[in-house]
Design a binder for this molecule. Sequence first.
Ligand SMILES: *Cc1c(COP(=O)(O)O)cnc(C)c1O
Length: 380
Amino acid sequence: MIDFNRPYSDDNCIKHVTKALNNHYHSGDGEYTAKCRKWFEETTGCPACLMTTSGTAALEMAVLLCNIGEGDEVILPSFTFSSTANAVVRAGAKCVFIDVRPDTMNIDETKIESAITSRTKAIMCVHYAGVACEMDEIMRIAKQHDLKVIEDAAQGVMSKYHGKALGTFGDFGCYSFHETKNYSMGEGGALLVNNPADIERAEILREKGTNRSKYFRGEIAKYSWVDVGSSYLPSDILCAFLWGQLENADGLYGKRMHLWNMYYELLKPLADEGYIELPVAPEGITHNAHIFYIKTADLDGRQKLIAYLKGLDILTVFHYVPLHSAEAGLKFGRFDGEDKYTTSESERLLRLPMHYFLSDEDAAAVAKAIAGFYHDGSKE
Ligand SMILES: *Cc1c(COP(=O)(O)O)cnc(C)c1O
């Protein structure tokens, strides 16, 4: 059986978790929370990285910190995870979905301006598969129309756009360390706060509405309830698990990239023959090999390929059902403009097994099986 994903763990992670347990400090903002925070601040150059309980929590915090509320609108792609939209809906605002670009499956920056109304407060962009959105243009539009920008960089840890880390362009960047992502806490995330003026309120929001972070730093004598907040601070035990991976961040990155490049080379002949399409990384973009996907001719072709590969014990999966056509999407949002690519392209997309423990032999077997599907005529 070739699994689609296998959660990461190694002896170094376990060593640090054991140390965290023996520290007798298991809640948030301990030694390992600080280590992770510092690592992300140093590697991304962002002024503050606050570890969170999930990528979802980071998105919710970002929306609240942008003061988005009742009657406001937020522009986002429909091809994304429910969490991106839920953060908007939970704040009482409306989702305005727009089309994606067919090459990257990211928000089509040329369709943003026509979706802006007097109620628009923010643009949320999702860096799908760890491939950057067109941030220069998105930031230009935001500046011109005085809009906030939230980057859903859940999949974009270690990715760059013209040399700058994803999550550091907008007002806020949101990372996820769910077990399916490149670096894992089981469940976890981080909020990159790019404007120093937002840091204090972000800390309060994460600490149940209290100024406990200030108290911990010795800046005040006692802490109290000062604003609205929730419990978005992860356990130091989980941060220790993540730290075990950050110590070898390049090694984990390298392994994924190796597999990604292998798939690309092995499947290129099939793409050249016109059977499938391969992912595109535009110029100036460094991705992180989070996902390797192919596109089949159509939905029917994809479903047949999934079944064929399953018959060979190879597990592949499709991705998001566009949010605007989902039950909640119909209720909480609207699609602006034409759905030229979102539905049709998402129906053709198939994700191949991609995880640290995938061997070269297995990756080669996956590519060979796909070639077999097209060459031996079983697609008919
Ligand atoms: C994984 C993911 C999330 C949610 O992250 P969690 O840590 O699972 O809450 C949000 N948006 C995108 C695009 C994701 O891939």
